[in-house]
Design a protein around this ligand. Structure first.
Ligand code: CS2
Length: 461
């Protein structure tokens, strides 16, 4: 930072803080490019401040506290950048500031808790309910009984709801913004499963007072680089230690009753819809599904980012094959999906957004079951062999065997162990079984995956 350049603060911009009415869990770049930006754009933004808590690591709160929650959104397209200071985040906290979280939930004017903690935070078992056998869940049950701070997402949400109930602060919305199908229902299940063990007396209050809202979220948001900071200082004349680069496109489809109110998001590009499911499936299968395909295959060809990968005709062909398979099973009109696919190709080709494949490769064990398997299973049920989805699975086998992007996935242990088998067929069977019990018994699918592994190995740069 240059001593002569002032730091970005509310005093510098003469930007007053809105009162806190939304609490967010998972303060990261995606939240800042998406929900915080849509809220900032709402005509009643002056009434809707966000108090944001980090995920596990406290760094983002430390970076944003001296900036009063302000940061610069850098919107990039291949032609250049535009800059906006987003003002909706008015308080930042580390995840372990549990008392502060409970304090917000006790306030009647706090109307919504939003979440972006990624798939693994929901701690689900194979049936989609809370995995109550996990040590961290048991620890939270004990913490709730003794009034100690909880650690997990379901624990934090339940503790917040119990505090709200005791304070008689009225109804509230919990709004998941994670890439999970029917994320509102997922949240309802993990919270009520925990309440059944840790606070059964509150189940009825939860049922009557909590709106478990569902949403589909979409905006491609890479990590911040040092160049982004230098660019903002140069172009904007202030120091911002945590600007957020993103693409022009943003989509947020929300379904909820919002008993305690909400910003007029519909005037800020948000779609309020009775049913999010069709939007969610289209986005998870086509966008996230092709992202994971590229994340596990394109690094084998020497590519580092989505724009590099999609410019390679081989990657484009794999993506199109996978999209054809997904499209057959989406139940949406070909016109609609065709346009969506074209729009995705334009977004992927945006050379201003350097979206790293290694970042997308994180947490495959949590992501593939919701982005890749639905297409693979639907094609198998129709008696077809999905070469596109199998390419993703083959890329993942190679990734787990140490090729391509490094493995960063707390849930990948069993899959990594299975992938290590010397015999490729055995490796593919084992890996498929970790994604879904019994999937490795589908010998034809295993064969295609093995073929695709061998094909990809032949291309390794
Ligand atoms: C990506 C998503 O990292 C990933 O797994 O697929 O973060 C993707 O960029 C967003 O869902 C786009 O909205």
């Amino acid at each position: 930072m240059n001593e002569a350049t002032p730091r970005l603060t509310r005093a510098l911009l003469d930007a007053p803080s809105a009162p806190v009415r939304i609490v967010h869990l998972g303060l990261g770049n995606f939240h800042r490019a998406h929900q915080a930006w849509h809220t900032h754009k709402a005509p009643d933004a002056h009434d809707w401040g966000i108090a944001a808590f980090t995920g596990r690591r406290p760094e983002m709160a430390r970076a944003l506290a001296p900036q009063d929650g302000l940061y610069t959104l850098i919107t990039r397209d291949s032609g250049g950048d535009t800059f906006d200071v987003v003002r909706s985040i008015v308080a930042v906290h580390a995840s372990d500031e549990h008392e502060a979280f409970l304090g917000y939930l006790r306030r009647a004017e706090v109307a919504i808790v939003t979440m972006t903690l990624t798939e693994h935070a929901y701690l689900r078992n194979g049936d989609g309910g809370l995995d109550t056998g996990r040590a961290e869940v048991t620890a939270d049950v004990e913490a709730l009984a003794s009034g100690r701070p909880v650690q997990t997402l379901p624990g934090r949400l339940l503790a917040g709801l119990l505090a709200r109930r005791s304070a008689e602060a009225g109804p509230i919305t919990l709004l998941s913004c994670d890439n999970l199908p029917d994320n509102g229902d997922v949240t309802r299940r993990i919270v009520t499963d925990l309440a059944r063990i840790a606070a059964p007396e509150a189940l009825d209050w939860i049922e009557r007072n909590v709106d478990f809202a569902t949403s589909m979220v979409d905006r491609i948001t890479p990590a911040t680089t040092d160049e982004d900071m230098a660019l903002v200082a140069r172009e904007q004349g202030y120091d911002d230690v945590s600007p957020v680069p993103t693409e022009p496109f943003s989509e947020w489809v929300v379904s909820g009753t919002f008993p305690a109110g909400r910003p007029t998001w519909e005037a800020a590009g948000v779609q309020l819809a009775p049913d999010v499911a069709p939007h969610e499936r289209r986005k998870l299968w086509l966008l996230n599904g092709s992202h994971s395909l590229l994340a596990y295959t394109a690094p084998l060809l020497g590519h580092r980012t989505i724009d590099e990968a999609i410019a390679d005709a081989r990657c484009l062909e794999w993506v199109n094959t996978f999209w054809d398979e997904a499209q057959r099973n989406l139940g949406l009109s070909d016109d609609l999906v065709g346009q969506y696919r074209q729009d995705l190709l334009d977004r992927y080709g945006n050379t201003g957004v350097r979206h790293h494949l290694a970042q997308i490769a994180y947490d495959g064990s949590q992501k593939l079951p919701v982005r890749t398997l639905p297409t693979a299973l639907a094609e198998r049920a129709a008696g077809r062999l999905p070469a596109g989805a199998a390419t993703t699975l083959a890329g993942w086998v190679l990734h787990l065997r140490g090729q391509g992007a490094p493995v960063q996935d707390a849930g990948a242990g069993p899959a990594q162990e299975a992938a290590g088998a010397e015999d490729l067929t055995e490796a593919a069977i084992g890996v498929l079984n970790t994604l879904r019990a019994g999937l490795g018994q589908d010998a034809e699918l295993v064969n295609v995956v093995v073929e695709r592994v061998q094909y990809l190995q032949g291309l390794v740069a």
